[in-house]
Ligand binder design. Structure first.
Ligand code: NAP
Length: 247
């Protein structure tokens, strides 16, 4: 594929952690990657630089996934200005956690997490789907969490947001399967990124069957598979990448 007719992939939160690993994998699969970020421009530029050094292509697209106006203006603006290009793969990866016991959780922490992790799915996916429908092909992959499947204490906001995305993915998969678009989730357990800094790996080793935290790359492998043509008959599914912690 030449650089002029490359297909596009949008990875939200591609500046660091799992999103960076996913961006690199999708670029290696031949996609031009739109690396979304909110704050860490230097790290987002680094993701793009690594992709380019490896012979791929990418650019950054800064918008706040928790801000519907910014999504509309920036992502909507990109789509309007690039009618000849189609986003074939959407990875809703950007996410935050603000952990407190429910009794102590500020209302703003409830809403911040729900807006960033769940509402973003609605606003971003809704903008990207029409192009996929036109192409009669698309892959939507949502990075959720073990916490959204089994619940974790101190994470009622985070668990609710991720469980919401899982349920929404299952519904959407049934709405658009006939258009050649699949919708799936990848649910990581404990993965070594900035999000888990401060969580002592040694403390959890004994309850994780493979006895370690995962690498961002190991999550990206599952995303990359779901994005591939080979995953065409898988939709509405959740792949756990958690070292056997849940299953
Ligand atoms: P991370 O290292 O903290 O990175 C978070 C990424 O999300 C960054 O690129 C950040 O961008 C971006 N982001 C956060 N808020 C944003 C916003 N409002 N708008 C745009 N981008 C935003 O996290 P991670 O561990 O890679 O997590 C990635 C996903 O995996 C999240 O959805 C998380 O819930 C999920 N997950 C992680 C784990 C784990 O153990 N790490 C486990 C289960 C699920 P900036 O660089 O601009 O800050």
């Amino acid at each position: 594929m030449t650089k002029t007719n490359m297909k596009y992939a949008l990875v939200t939160g591609g500046s660091r952690g799992i999103g960076r690993a996913v961006s690199l994998k999708l670029a290696a699969q031949g996609y031009f990657v739109l690396v979304n970020f909110q704050r860490n421009e230097t790290e987002a530029d680094k993701t793009v630089a690594i992709i380019k050094e490896a012979g791929g292509d990418a650019s950054t697209l800064k918008f706040d996934v928790s801000d519907k106006d910014d999504i509309q203006k920036t992502l909507g603006g990109w789509i309007d200005a690039n009618k000849d290009k189609s986003i074939e793969v959407l990875v809703n990866n950007a996410g935050i956690r603000k952990d407190f016991l429910l009794m102590m959780m500020a209302e703003s922490d409830w809403h911040d997490v729900l807006r960033t992790n769940l509402d973003s799915f609605y606003y971003i996916t809704k903008l990207v789907i029409p192009g996929m429908m036109f192409q009669r092909f698309g892959r939507i992959i949502n990075v959720v969490s073990l916490s959204g499947i089994k619940g974790l204490p101190g994470q009622t906001n985070y668990s609710a947001s991720k469980a919401g995305v899982i349920a929404a993915s299952k519904s959407l998969a049934q709405e658009i399967g006939r258009k050649g678009i699949t919708v799936n989730c990848v649910a990581p357990g404990f993965i070594k990124t900035e999000m888990t800094e401060g969580i002592e790996e040694a403390q959890f080793r004994s309850i994780i069957p493979v006895q370690r935290f995962g690498e961002a790359d190991e999550v990206a492998e599952a995303v990359s598979f779901l994005a591939s043509k080979g995953a065409s008959y898988i939709t509405g599914e959740v792949i756990n990448v958690n070292g056997g912690l849940y299953t």
